[in-house]
Design a protein. Structure first.
Length: 985
């Protein structure tokens, strides 16, 4: 080798490549001249000793330094040092011996710099020549052809810079050269090279410089590098700043668990709480505490502890900085995570804000302390017997708490219209409502088995519900707690009906207008008294003059009596008659309160209860009028109530379907969503049978399953009766919302149709095809809930039984034809048709069926794939020159074919070979033919591949919620074949 030749390094040092796979470096003899006084350590020997695992590098460094210091020809030492270093640099594998050598070299080179700084001698500059020499060699070698050399070059630059002191300085020219070389290596095609380049640049970044190229490239790599280890390396090196913080926060949503975990660690260790906005804090907690990885959740606890240190251990201050009032759904898991770090008895002992009554004084109630109290009570209650014993120290008796709750809620302000427009007043009301909500939730943690306390609590809740100050924000929680105490449905209905009556028609005092005749009569009587009074006074004066004192005494008594009568009449005229009476209120807030109470009642009622006289009266007087109310919130709640009522009675549901359909077409989006949910709930519970238009008897089985094809088209033949036309019309209307411009309506419709299919109420290949197209449609890319819902539904439905797979089989060709015929302007033209084909093939695999389905009569000799193969072959023969024959040929190759279809299939394949001219297609068909003739059970090997394929973890976490009456046992259902298609997102 040419010692120190950069070209030798660039060519990978092929002359010594034989040692690349060894665990120790073989170094040729290259001794240095030794002094006559003492044997000096040779470079070769130093490199050999450095490879040993337990070698003391400090002693080795000192010995080699003595050798260096006693040599006059430093240049010769430098060249030989590089010569032996090259043997390590050509080895790519992370062999322990090689790593030891690299570490030794980095320490040895930087040890001279330390001497320079410590001694401050002029010799230090001279000794620093070795470091400069090594750097120059590395900078000449960084662009070598061998990825091993590039890797070791970057690694050495990283380690040398890393071993230099914290206040180290290097020449500006050298700084620029290192910077330039490592920036180039950040674009290396080998990820390990990029990682070392990232690490090497960590000390060269300047976060204060807005144009720092290192920071810029770090930001780019964090977002765009395809290798997760590179992203991790950047996270470990990047200095948090105003520019880099959003990128670091963004990595908490990385697809790789290790990257997400490190991102949270960086935020915990390097970023102050104040550097993050409230929105960022909330988002980080929301994602981290709900992450599917347990490791990430554990790191989140460290992040919380770090944030707690910033608030000096004050949990309430931390909650304040999370804005719990607007984000309680984040604060609750945060508190639970913090509670899990301490023993239960410590949590109770550290709760200092309760007084001797075990209550927070009303004047001290804040969103933070009341939420903390509520969460701690719930946490203790969830911990079983030990927690419930400690809970007694946190809560008073139910009767005491009921009075406490009443005293707070009855002082809630009632805002006028002007005050509602004042943001400060409205904000104060919202804060009080939040505190009230938490206090109401705490009732659920109480022991209400003692009858006296339970009755007092029940009466208090009823009283609170009738208070004018009780806002709609509190109604649902209050009714929920009230109904949880009362267990009997009849008693529940009676209580809620009485409260609704009290709220809707409260007793008020009104002034009774006095009749004009009555006023005239009173005036005449008053005039008569005045005349008598005048006469009596004159008579009294005469008696006094005549000194008739006996008569004067009688007259005086008469005058006093007349004066009293006169005063009474005057007072009676001044004070109008006040009377108590019930007055019906129809303002939006009152109606909304009543409807919310009704909705909470209907939600909790047993479906077997039915519609009794009381509920029927509420429907007639409150719910049906509410649907035509001018206020959208009232209409929406009325529709929700009507939907719940319809679930109680099949006939009532049939009567009100037309009204719900009308709402579905003309109202605003929120009311439409409520109507849509109500209709789907009824169809899932009762099926389509009750909603058929009929003239005769209604006594048909409600469990009858219907098979609806061509659900979007009108009846083509007169033979289809009025009943089928009604169902077609209904499904056409519902499925039309799959194309809605509003994502909420699309999602709700898709979920409803999926539930109907999964529960066996509906089988439609055409609708199934539309769901597949909707799942792939680029328009729904942002509809996360929609895609997760369908992503879970497809495999659950397909692998449940054979008839479901047959439905997918029927949907195969129509789906592909739709995509193949889509105009260029349609979003469907962007879909990968081959990917769709693979999905449908995988969903129809016989090997994917549940074990119980395979054992049943559904598992016949002729499989779904056999039938699909025939259809695909016929489709190819319809137009053998079409470009889509390649997709069909590829699909044929993926099918699990049984021996039952071999004979018929071979005939079709031979015909295809004669007519199809495409070479790729011909080769695919030849391969299928060869497999069929060689092994009749061809295709069975796909089973292993299918079993290995699984739903992506995010998709598995999302569930399709089905009605209790229709959901099937999902244990053992194989979730397969969807992660292959995730790349389309």
């Amino acid at each position: 080798l040419a010692v120190g030749s950069p070209s030798a390094v660039r060519n990978g040092l092929a002359a010594v490549g034989a040692c690349a796979g060894t665990t120790a470096l073989r170094l040729p003899g290259a001794a240095l001249p030794m002094g006559p006084k003492k044997k000096l350590l040779q470079i070769k020997e130093a490199f050999q000793l450095a490879q040993k695992p337990h070698q003391n590098h400090a002693k080795l460094l000192a010995a080699l330094k003595r050798t260096y210091e006693q040599l006059e020809d430093k240049e010769d030492f430098n060249e030989k040092f590089i010569h032996f270093l090259k043997y390590a640099m050509i080895i790519y594998r992370r062999e322990p011996a090689v790593e030891q050598v690299i570490n030794f070299v980095a320490k040895f080179v930087t040890s001279f710099y330390q001497i320079q700084k410590e001694d401050g001698s002029e010799e230090g500059e001279e000794d620093n020549l070795l470091m400069n020499y090594v750097f120059n060699f590395l900078l000449e070698s960084h662009n070598a052809n061998s990825h091993a050399v590039r890797f070791r070059t970057c690694q050495l630059v990283n380690k040398i810079l890393g071993n230099m002191p914290e206040n180290a300085q290097i020449d500006d020219d050298l700084f620029d050269k290192i910077n330039e070389a490592m920036l180039i290596r950040l674009k290396d095609k080998f990820s390990n090279v990029r990682i070392q380049a990232v690490l090497a640049l960590s000390r060269l970044q300047d976060p204060k410089d807005e144009n720092c190229p290192v920071v810029n490239i770090y930001n780019t790599l964090l977002e765009n590098d395809s290798n997760s280890e590179v992203r991790r390396a950047v996270l470990s090196c990047i200095a948090p700043s105003a520019r880099t913080l959003p990128k670091i926060v963004g990595r908490t949503m990385d697809v790789k668990e290790a990257v997400r975990k490190l991102a949270y660690e960086v935020l915990a260790e390097k970023v102050h709480l104040r550097a993050l906005s409230i929105a960022q804090r909330v988002k980080l907690l929301q994602q981290g505490l709900h992450d599917r990885s347990g490791a990430v959740k554990e790191v989140m606890k460290k992040l919380l502890q770090a944030w707690l240190q910033f608030t000096e251990g004050d949990v309430l201050e931390l909650l304040h900085r999370l804005d719990v009032e607007n984000c309680p759904e984040v604060a609750i898991p945060v508190l639970n995570a913090m509670f899990s770090l301490s023993p239960l008895h410590e949590l109770v002992q550290n709760c200092k804000h309760l007084d001797s009554r075990k209550l927070i004084p009303l004047e001290d109630l804040r969103p933070e302390n009341v939420l903390y109290w509520r969460c701690l009570c719930e946490y203790l209650k969830s911990k079983g017997e030990e927690g419930e014993d400690l809970l007694e120290q946190m809560l008073p008796e139910p009767a005491i708490y009921a009075d406490y709750l009443l005293s707070y809620l009855q002082n809630m302000p009632v805002l006028t219209e002007e005050q509602r427009e004042d943001f400060t007043c409205f904000e104060k009301l919202m804060t009080k409502e939040f505190i009230g909500q938490q206090l109401i939730v705490i009732i659920g943690c109480m022991d209400t088995t003692e009858e006296g306390g339970r009755k007092h609590l029940l009466v208090t809740l009823q009283k609170i519900l009738t208070l004018p100050a009780t806002t709609t924000a509190l109604i649902s929680l209050l009714v929920e707690r009230l109904l949880s105490i009362v267990k009997d449905d009849d008693r529940r209905i009676q209580i809620i009906a009485e409260i609704i009556s009290e709220v809707r028609e409260p007793i008020v005092t009104v002034s009774q207008p006095v009749d004009a005749a009555e006023i005239r009569k009173r005036e005449l009587k008053l005039a008569e008294i005045k005349v008598k009074l005048f006469e009596a006074k004159e008579a009294l004066e005469e008696c006094i003059t005549l000194q008739d004192f006996n008569r004067a005494s009688l007259l005086k008594e008469k005058i006093t009596e007349l004066e009293h009568n006169k005063n009474d009449l005057i007072k009676e005229a001044e004070q109008p008659e006040i009377k108590e009476m019930r007055v019906e209120k129809n303002d939006p807030e009152t109606l909304l309160k009543c409807l919310m109470m009704c909705y909470e009642l209907l939600k909790i009622m047993s479906l077997s209860k039915g519609i009794g006289p009381t509920i029927n009266e509420i429907i007639e007087s409150l719910i049906l009028p509410g649907i035509t109310n001018v206020h959208p919130s009232v209409r929406n709640m009325a529709v929700l109530c009507l939907g719940c009522c319809a679930l109680q009675n099949k006939d009532f549901a049939r009567q009100q379907l037309a009204l719900l359909l009308q709402v579905l077409q003309i109202d605003n989006i929120n009311v439409k969503l409520s109507a849509l949910k109500a209709i789907f709930d009824q169809l899932i519970l009762f099926g389509f049978e009750p909603f058929k238009a009929r003239r005769g008897s209604d006594s048909q089985s409600e469990d009858a399953h219907i098979r609806v094809e061509n659900c979007e088209e009108e009846s083509e033949t007169m033979e289809e009766g009025e009943e089928t036309a009604m169902i077609h019309s209904l499904l056409q209307l519902l499925s039309g919302f799959l194309d809605s411009e509003f994502s909420e309506l699309r999602t709700e419709t898709a979920e409803g149709i999926a539930k109907l299919m999964f529960s066996g109420r509906l089988i439609s290949a055409k609708l199934l095809s539309r769901l597949v197209l909707l799942w792939y449609n680029p328009v729904t890319e942002e509809d996360t809930r929609l895609r997760h819902c369908l992503g879970v539904f497809f495999p659950l439905f397909a692998y449940a039984n054979r008839s479901n797979q047959e439905c997918f089989e029927e949907a195969y060709l129509p789906t592909l034809r739709t995509l193949l015929n889509a105009p260029a302007t349609s979003p469907l033209s962007e879909i990968d048709i081959s990917n769709v084909s693979e999905l449908l093939v995988d969903l129809t695999r016989p090997s994917g069926l549940k074990p119980q389905s395979k054992k049943s009569q559904d598992y016949q000799d002729l499989t779904v794939h056999d039938s699909l193969a025939m259809k695909i072959c016929n489709e190819i023969l319809m137009d053998p020159t079409a470009p889509d024959v390649r997709i069909y040929a590829k699909a044929l190759n993926s099918l699990e074919l049984s021996s039952s279809s071999t004979e018929n299939l071979l005939v079709l394949l031979n015909e295809i070979l004669e007519k199809v001219k495409d070479k790729l297609c011909q080769r695919a068909i030849e391969k299928i033919k060869m497999n069929l003739t060689k092994d009749p059970n061809v295709g069975k090997d796909h089973t292993e591949r299918t079993e290995e394929t699984g739903l992506s973890e995010r998709t598995q976490e999302t569930d399709i919620t089905l009605s209790e009456n229709t959901i099937q046992n999902e244990e053992g259902i194989q979730l397969t074949c969807l992660d292959v298609y995730e790349n389309k997102f």
